[in-house]
Design a protein around this ligand. Structure first.
Ligand code: LMR
Length: 404
C-alpha cells in the first residue's frame, strides 16, 4: 500500500551529525547541530544536573506514575517565574497558562496547534517567521495548517539586523497577525535586536494588535545572565502585548535528550487563562497523554532550591564564557593572524550558540568536502563545536575557501 510514498530528504541539521560520525578523518569538526561541547569536544553533563540526579536517585518517595496531563506543577510554575520574572504581573494576577511540553519543539507544536484551533484569524492562518529562521519552524506550523510567511530579519550586507525591513513588515502586515520572535540568541544568525530596537518592535506590535509567539531556547546560554536573556519577553508582558513563550531546557541545562520544556501563554485575566488551560489539556491528552517525568523533576529541583539554582547559574556562565572565548579566538585568527579577506567582527558581535559566518553555499560545501568541517549550507556554525585545539584548523580552512 505504501509504494507511492515519496522519499523524504534527511533533516538538514541531524544529517550533519550522521555524516560527521561516519567520517574517519582525524581532524574532522562538527559545527552542525547546536549542542554544547566542552573544550575536549565532549558533551557536558552540568555538575548541578549530576547533583540533582543523585538527589532523585536517593529519593525513595519517587515512582513511575503518570504526571498530570499539563505536567509537573512545581516545574511549570518555577519555569514560568524563570522566563517571566518572579514579580511578573501575569504570574501575580494568575493569568499565565503553563503546560509542560516535549522540550521547545513540543512547545512550538502545542502553541501552533492551539492557535490553529482558537486564534481569531484575519483570513487564512499564517505565521510570520524571520528570514532566516530555525528550519523546523516551517514544518511545525505547516503540520497544523498554518502557512509560514517570511519577514525580513537578516541583512547579508551588514551581517546584522535588517531593522527597517523588520519594522516595515510589522507595519504592513494586516492587524492581529502572528509573528514568531526569537526571545534571545536568534537561530541561525546569532543576531539579536538591541533593547532599544525591541522597544520599537514592541510599539508597532502593540499598535497593530499583533500576537507575539516567542521561542526561547537559549535563556542564560546567550549572555550568561538569565534575566538579561528574558528581557524582551518581560518587556512585551509589561506592555500588555498578547503573547506566548516556548521554553526549552535543552541547551541551558544540557538536557537535550530529556525533552524538558514548557509553553507559557499570558492571557488577559484569570478566567480566560482557566479556559485556555482546559483546552490545552485536551490537546495534550490526545497527543502525548502526559509529559515525561525525569527531566522535569531535575529542572524543578534546580529551580526550586536556592543553592542548586546558584550552582546552575555558575554552570550556565561556564558555557556562555567558553563560547564567547571561542568567538574572540576565531575572529582574532581570521582578522588579525591570517588576515583573511573581509570583515570578521560579526563573529564576536553575534550571540548564543551560533554564528552566521557570511560564507556562501559553495564555500560551505568546500569546507565540508575538503576540510571535513560539518556546517549547515547557510553558513551557520555552532560555536560550541569549536575548542582550543580545533579553532585554528577551522580558521585556516575558512581562510583557504575565502581566498579561492
Ligand atoms: C539546532 O538548531 O541545531 C538545534 O536547535 C537542534 C535542533 O533541534 O535542530
Amino acid at each position: 500500500v505504501w509504494q507511492s510514498v515519496p522519499l523524504a530528504p534527511p533533516d538538514s541539521i541531524f544529517k550533519l551529525t550522521a555524516a560527521y560520525k561516519a567520517d574517519t578523518f582525524e581532524k574532522k569538526v562538527n559545527l552542525g547541530v547546536g549542542a554544547y561541547r566542552d573544550d575536549n569536544d565532549k558533551p557536558w553533563v552540568l555538575p548541578v544536573v549530576k547533583k540533582a540526579t543523585q538527589i532523585l536517585l536517593n529519593d525513595e518517595s519517587l515512582d513511575h506514575e503518570y504526571l498530570p496531563i499539563t505536567g509537573l506543577a512545581e516545574f511549570t510554575s518555577a519555569a514560568a517565574k524563570l522566563i517571566l520574572g518572579p514579580d511578573s504581573p501575569a504570574i501575580k494576577e494568575d493569568r499565565t497558562v503553563s503546560v509542560q511540553t516535549i522540550s521547545g519543539t513540543g512547545a512550538n507544536h502545542l502553541g501552533a496547534l492551539f492557535l490553529s484551533r482558537f486564534y481569531h484569524w484575519n483570513g487564512s492562518p499564517k505565521i510570520y517567521l524571520s528570514n532566516p529562521t530555525w528550519a523546523n519552524h516551517h514544518a511545525i506550523f505547516r503540520n497544523v495548517g498554518i502557512e509560514p510567511v517570511d519577514y525580513p530579519y537578516y541583512d547579508p550586507k551588514t551581517i546584522g539586523l535588517d531593522f527597517n525591513g523588520f519594522i516595515d513588515a510589522l507595519k504592513n502586515a494586516v492587524d492581529r497577525s502572528v509573528f514568531l520572535l526569537h526571545a534571545c540568541a536568534h537561530n541561525p544568525t546569532g543576531v539579536d535586536p538591541t533593547q532599544e530596537q525591541w522597544k520599537a518592535i514592541a510599539e508597532v506590535i502593540k499598535a497593530k494588535g499583533h500576537y507575539a509567539f516567542f521561542d526561547c531556547a537559549y535563556q542564560g546560554f546567550a549572555s550568561g545572565d538569565l534575566d538579561r536573556d528574558a528581557w524582551a519577553v518581560r518587556h512585551f508582558v509589561e506592555q500588555g502585548i498578547p503573547l506566548l513563550v516556548c521554553q526549552s531546557f535543552a541547551k541551558n541545562a544540557g538536557l537535550y535528550g530529556e525533552r524538558v520544556g514548557a509553553l507559557h501563554l499570558v492571557s488577559v485575566d484569570q478566567d480566560t487563562a482557566k479556559r485556555v488551560k482546559s483546552q490545552m489539556s485536551v490537546l495534550q491528552r490526545s497527543e502525548i497523554s502526559n509529559p515525561p517525568a525525569h527531566g522535569a523533576r531535575l529542572v524543578s529541583l534546580i529551580l526550586n532550591d536556592a543553592g542548586l539554582f546558584e550552582e546552575w547559574k555558575r554552570d550556565i556562565r561556564t558555557m556562555a564564557e567558553r563560547i564567547k572565548e571561542m568567538r574572540r579566538e576565531l575572529r582574532r585568527l581570521l582578522a588579525e593572524e591570517l588576515e583573511t579577506p573581509g570583515n570578521w567582527d560579526h563573529i564576536e558581535r553575534q550571540i548564543g550558540m551560533f554564528s552566521f559566518t557570511g560564507l556562501n553555499g559553495e564555500q560551505c560545501r568546500l569546507l565540508t568536502e575538503e576540510g571535513h568541517i560539518y556546517l549547515t549550507g547557510n553558513g551557520r556554525i555552532s560555536m560550541a563545536g569549536l575548542n582550543s585545539r580545533n579553532v585554528r584548523y577551522v580558521a585556516e580552512q575558512i581562510d583557504r575557501v575565502v581566498r579561492r
